[in-house]
Design a binder for this molecule. Structure first.
Ligand code: ZN
Ligand code: ZN
Length: 248
């Protein structure tokens, strides 16, 4: 049982770290740079941590830039103010994501600049064969370690871990929570202590200062990804762009 708890927690946080660090802060927002070698490393790291819900950082970057440009208004690919309900938003985002990844979108070419691209790897990592392979790995782990069938109810969360993380922010962080900034959109900070979303829950802070790599802006807010980025910056793995956030 302990093995499964550890597996679930590790999958949740490592997958979320990849999405926040590599897809969101690096690809979509270019808050830091890294060498092509490290870029490939984090492509592979994302593949192993996201598993069956691996997302192309290229497609993620285009869709996310679209979200920032048209937040909560017509043109936003995912918003509680555009789609009728949570599930419709998830399905619509999934379809749009695949269109962008497969190049059948008509998005603004400006959204495509400086995005990390590794086409064959994205195709391999996003293929159904690969996704089913990861799904098989998760099922085997549960078959070995689950003490009761009820544990299998957690399996769907493993299968679509990445989209679940995305939807929590895209729906709930535009609906519930508090605001530090009076932005012209509905973004919210989900909770003062963002223990579940690794800083991604400070979505109102992020929409207010999208270029900043630091998502926690108040003294009591904690963004665990930012110190890791500071460490990587010290170790010359990444190079942070000099954006200072005034903590007010
Ligand atoms: Zn963003
Ligand atoms: Zn948003």
């Amino acid at each position: 049982m302990l093995v499964l708890i550890l597996f679930f927690v590790a999958h949740w946080y490592l997958s979320l770290f990849s999405q926040s660090f590599f897809h969101h802060r690096y690809a979509a927002h270019e808050q830091f740079t890294m060498s092509k070698g490290w870029e490939k490393f984090f492509f592979v790291f994302s593949f192993f941590t996201m598993g069956s819900s691996y997302m192309s950082p290229y497609a993620y970057g285009i869709l996310h830039r679209q979200h920032h440009k048209y937040t909560d208004v017509e043109g936003d690919p995912h918003s509680p103010y555009i789609q009728a309900n949570f599930w419709q938003m998830m399905i619509s985002t999934y379809n749009k994501f695949n269109e962008v990844r497969d190049g059948v979108d008509d998005y603004n070419p400006n959204f495509k600049t400086n995005l990390p691209k590794w086409s064959w790897f994205d195709n391999f990592a996003s293929s159904w064969i690969t996704k089913l392979g990861w799904g098989g790995v998760y099922v085997i782990i549960y078959l070995i370690f689950a003490p009761h069938w009820a544990w299998y109810l957690l399996l769907p969360v493993h299968f679509i871990m990445g989209p679940i993380h995305g939807a929590i922010v895209n729906w709930f962080a535009h609906t519930f929570g508090y605001r530090n900034y009076d932005c012209d959109n509905h973004s919210r900070n989900l909770m003062p202590f963002d223990i579940f979303m690794m800083g991604e829950g400070y979505h109102n802070n992020h929409h207010a200062k999208a270029a900043s790599p630091k998502f926690a802006h108040k003294w009591y807010e904690i963004d665990p990804v930012y110190p890791v980025m500071r460490l990587m910056n010290k170790l010359n793995i990444i190079k942070l762009k000099p954006v200072l956030v005034k903590a007010d």
